[in-house]
Design a protein around this ligand. Structure first.
Ligand code: GUN
Length: 297
């Protein structure tokens, strides 16, 4: 048996269609156009490409976007001043600071400075904190783990016997951006959650009982397919560029989970690329639309 593909590209496309309609409806009702500001510090090619993709998708759905490119030599104060200006700009409903920032900058005070109601990346400590407190609702949840959750709900529709509630979920990686908020979202959805990381003693044993695997490490094929439990749902967040002389472009994109054997065992699995990546952008657009609605409610 082969796993069903969790086609993030298709799900994201559906979401874009709905968001585009909702943006048009908001404009018709209130004259408001949702606005997203991105802050890109430095000249990392991958970060620039991700930010460009976010602007392109904004344009597709009618969200206005404002790009702020800041030289790699910028001081902490200069970056914080940009955030202050965006907080005060009524055209901007959402602010995204592309990570990672250059080493000389202190990331936390910059993220803390974003107005909570404009924190469409869901990384402000008040939003993450609310996610961790039972009964509290964050204004926004981080885009990538929220996209993974939407794909898990998609798996619930595809596979009769699968439900997030009550499942044993293993999250690989404990980053602020993906692993930790993913674990919190899964707990919120009544899964039994284990967070595995670089000090985990026996990952194979931990995975042996995992009905859900969300892997966000970024180490190509670190999980042999044989470690995946039969019938599991596998979400591979990692997308790492590796040299491949046999590929037309000379490289290919690879996830954390070795897919060939994993596809034979899993009930459903995301492809790399085309799984989680497109969902991240769709969730960011949704959060920006929600921010604009709330701001003008
Ligand atoms: N860098 C890689 N992924 C993300 C993300 O989801 N948000 C931000 N701000 N930076 C990132």
């Amino acid at each position: 048996m082969s796993a069903q593909l969790l086609d993030g590209k298709a799900v994201a496309k559906r979401m874009h269609t709905d968001i585009k309609k909702d943006v048009a409806a908001l404009q018709a009702e209130s004259g408001v156009t949702p606005g997203l500001a991105t802050v890109l510090v430095g000249d990392d090619d991958a970060s620039r490409m991700y930010v460009k993709m976010k602007h392109n998708r904004c344009a597709d759905v009618g969200i206005e976007s404002f790009g702020h490119e800041i030289p790699p030599t910028a001081s902490q104060e200069e970056v914080e001043k940009v955030i202050d200006d965006l907080n005060a700009d009524p055209r901007v409903h959402g602010i995204l600071v592309q990570l990672p920032l250059p080493d000389h900058l202190d990331t936390e005070p910059i993220l803390d400075r974003i107005a909570v109601h404009k924190d469409v990346d869901g990384l402000h400590p008040l939003n993450i904190g609310a996610l961790a407190i039972k009964g509290r609702m964050p204004m926004f949840t981080p885009a990538t783990p929220t996209g993974c959750l939407v794909l898990l709900r998609e798996a619930e529709l595809l596979i009769d016997s699968f439900s997030i509630e009550g499942a044993n979920a293993v999250v690989l990686g404990r980053s602020n951006l993906v692993g930790m908020p993913m674990a919190l979202l899964l707990v919120e959805n009544n899964a039994t959650v284990t967070v595995a990381h670089s000090r985990t003693r026996d990952l194979q044993a931990v995975l042996a009982d995992a009905d859900i695997v969300v892997s966000a490490v970024g180490r190509p094929h670190m999980v042999p397919g044989e470690w995946i439990k039969h019938g599991a749902v596998v979400i591979d967040v990692a997308t790492v560029k590796v040299d491949d002389p046999s590929a037309k472009k000379g490289y290919r994109w690879v996830g954390d989970v070795e897919p060939e054997e994993a596809m034979k065992r899993a009930a459903a699995m995301t492809p790399v690329p085309g799984g989680v990546g497109p969902m991240t952008v769709a969730m960011l657009l949704q959060n920006t639309l929600n921010a604009a609605r709330r701001y003008h409610a």
